[in-house]
Ligand binder design. Sequence first.
Ligand code: SF4
Ligand code: SF4
Length: 460
Amino acid sequence: MTAPAAASGRVLATLNEDGSRRWIRPKPSPGKWLIRRRAVAYALIALFLAIPHLRMNGKPWMLLDLPHRQFTFFGTTFLPTDTLLLMLLFVSALIGIFLLTALFGRVWCGWGCPQTVWMEFIFRPIERLVEGGFNASRALDRDRKHFAPRRLLKYAIYALLSLTLGNTFLAYFVGTDTLWVWVLSSPFDHLTGFLVMAVTATAVFLDFTWFREQTCLVACPYGRWQSALLDRQSLIVAYDSARGEPRGHGTGARTGLGDCIACNACVQTCPTGIDIRDGLQMECIHCTQCSDACDEIMVKVGKPVGLIRYSSKDALVGNPPRILRARTVLYPLAFTLFFGGFLFALATRSPADVTLLGGQGAPFTQEADGQVVNQVRIKVANRTGDDHLYTITYLDAEGARLIAPENPVRVPAAGNITTTVFVVQAADRFVNGERLVRFRLSDGGTFTREFGWRLLGPQK
Ligand code: SF4
Ligand code: SF4
């Protein structure tokens, strides 16, 4: 069998010509953007680790309590009945991302995405520290020493970090109190939670050891959307080809050459391995590392910085900026509509949901003395963060009796209870076999509501 022909030239930035993986070991480029990105990254990392421990109104800042189908966000708990609220919030966030991208390009990818933040500011610095720097890492790759002692030490540190991230991730779903109990007990006492943590930690480990930039290039849909979300006015990290080309080596007399000295520093520093001089590419996460690298070179060769800079496609060809574009008008309008709807729904949200349901079995029963008994089930969902006692009152009490085994009924914070009451009254109070009545539920404080219900009885 003949071997497949090798590709002529590089097909992908992360593939060698023989089809093997080309490991990207970006050379660090100190500069003004790196300082700013580092500050943002460490603040985000600290926030991510701290959020499960922070409390507001006695509740975690964020808790995605899936078993109880409750979502706590900055002291407010959303229940399954808040689907509309959550939908409005989700759509608002989606439109916010569209708007952010239209205005500032992939600023999220370069500055805020956990993949970039953890990879570039935690995992890669550890790699350089343990393996002996950028050149030493490349030498290990060249010699295919995947299990050299330094690399094994790096994997061990990565494994510890992955376990930390796996546990932190789990804390977002079960809370830190439960997590501590679980950490101090046998995994078999909470097997599901343990498996969630183990799978997450394994995924994190594989992501930062093996997949790395492939997560951005292959798995993340956001990079694919950018061609639809960006326009010619969107902010991008761009190479000024009008100034840089024709590129050429040498720093002396450069007759007929642009400012690019073809040093490749911008390529060596790129975490996705691309050459920004080829134009805007899906692989570019707009991390600005090439901008810092090129600025350093420009200073050395005595040229103005900014050959690679934040710009836009229009700005690069000299077109003036246009703030008012279809996307910068429509996205804010849509965002205001949905987020305004969310805020309105949140502000007018009732502190409790009450649902009346008919009794199970026969629609009514009649006692020996002819009195008619209707069974009514009352479901109360407490949306507040405190336990509440709800008193049920039957408002059509004349000649009727309310039998309520639990009254008032206690409903725990963010919980719900279904209680059953019985209404007993004379058969002659029904007209055409039914009677419209009202119940009142009150917690003695902010919540008092009346609810209509149709009782059934014998036809006259
Ligand atoms: S770093 Fe600047 S000068 Fe060097 S190759 Fe890249 S664009 Fe050209
Ligand atoms: S081309 Fe520049 S901005 Fe884009 S990913 Fe590479 S280094 Fe970052």
